[in-house]
Design a protein around this ligand. Structure first.
Ligand code: SF4
Ligand code: SF4
Length: 154
């Protein structure tokens, strides 16, 4: 669901540009408003949608993913510490979700260059680079034992 910007709401603050991991939110030099330069490269991470103080960013569903078509609106309310999502389908169905805003401070997450480079053998691992460290799991990711895979075993 790539994003797009309502130009009349955007004030060009640039938060979406700073946060986009795909570097596709840019500020138009003439209009001083943000726009998605390459929707096909959108990770659909919704970081820009949540970060926008003007609620100026929306997303559109791909036809195969959302055949009934729908809109997704997001409202970030700092005072309440919540983000509210409203999904409205073409048949009128509405779904509403509220979740807490993450309290991780801006700039407090280590960037990949702050970690030691992975060893050559790491390419054969099932884990992503530094995954146990990032998830605070010592000794690797938890896995199911073969007998736990049997149907009915809790
Ligand atoms: Fe960038 Fe994520 Fe927004 Fe897509 S959803 S434009 S990848 S921040
Ligand atoms: Fe515009 Fe919102 Fe991006 Fe700021 S974060 S530049 S208001 S779209």
């Amino acid at each position: 669901m790539p994003t797009f910007v309502y130009m009349t709401r955007c004030d060009g603050c640039g938060h979406c540009v700073d946060i986009c991991p795909s570097d596709i939110m840019h500020i138009d030099k003439t209009y001083r408003r943000a726009y998605n330069i390459e929707p096909n490269m959108c990770w659909e991470c919704f970081s820009c949608v949540k970060a926008c103080p003007q609620n100026a960013i929306d997303d559109r569903g791909y036809a195969d993913f959302a055949p009934m078509n729908h809109s997704v609106r997001v409202l970030r309310e700092e005072a309440k510490g919540t983000i509210s999502w409203k999904l409205k389908f073409r048949d009128g169905t509405e779904k509403n979700f509220v979740s807490p805003i993450r309290t991780t401070e801006w700039g407090s997450i280590k960037c990949s260059s702050d970690y030691d480079a992975p060893s050559d053998e790491a390419i054969n691992s099932q884990e992503l680079a530094h995954e146990p460290d990032v998830l605070n799991i010592e000794g690797g990711l938890p896995t199911l034992k073969p007998d736990q895979l049997k149907q009915g075993v809790i």
